[in-house]
Design a protein around this ligand. Structure first.
Ligand code: SF4
Ligand code: SF4
Length: 131
């Protein structure tokens, strides 16, 4: 399960990730991090059995938590299976299927956004779901 975490500026000096790893025992994998004095945004991957504990631990600390059930969303009405996203995506989310349509495995997505800007048909967008 992937979570998108949004940190306020006053939070970025605190070792929140380390605290939560120690508190929950969850092996968090950081997929993407963008931290600046104005705040931060981090995408983490967490084991399924630790999802509730980790979400609770971040929310107690007032971190905004967004579950990325669908990190990237494809509009199948727009997609023409051109395959451009296959070469753009750095983590191989997309691939041609046997019938040459483009399949996706969004569990791999690290939400970098590259495909959203690269799709010539504007068929891709980043999804979010608040908890
Ligand atoms: S780049 Fe866009 S139109 Fe082309 S296969 Fe990917 S999602 Fe479909
Ligand atoms: S957002 Fe980035 S990682 Fe996710 S599918 Fe698009 S290119 Fe791949």
């Amino acid at each position: 399960m992937k979570l998108l975490l949004r940190f306020l500026p006053e939070m970025i000096k605190s070792p929140l990730i380390s605290e939560i790893i120690l508190e929950t025992g969850a092996k968090l994998n950081i997929n993407k991090a963008n931290v600046a004095p104005s705040g931060g945004e981090i995408v983490i991957d967490i084991p399924p059995d630790k999802v509730e504990d980790v979400i609770r631990a971040f929310k107690v600390r007032d971190v905004k938590v967004i579950v990325l059930e669908h990190p990237v969303i494809r509009d199948d009405e727009r997609c023409v299976n051109c395959g451009a996203c296959i070469s753009i995506c750095p983590v191989d989310v997309f691939e041609f299927g046997e019938d040459w349509s483009v399949d996706s495995n969004v569990d791999k997505c690290v939400r970098c956004g590259a495909c959203v800007y690269g799709c010539p048909l504007c068929a891709l967008s980043l999804g979010e779901e608040d908890v």
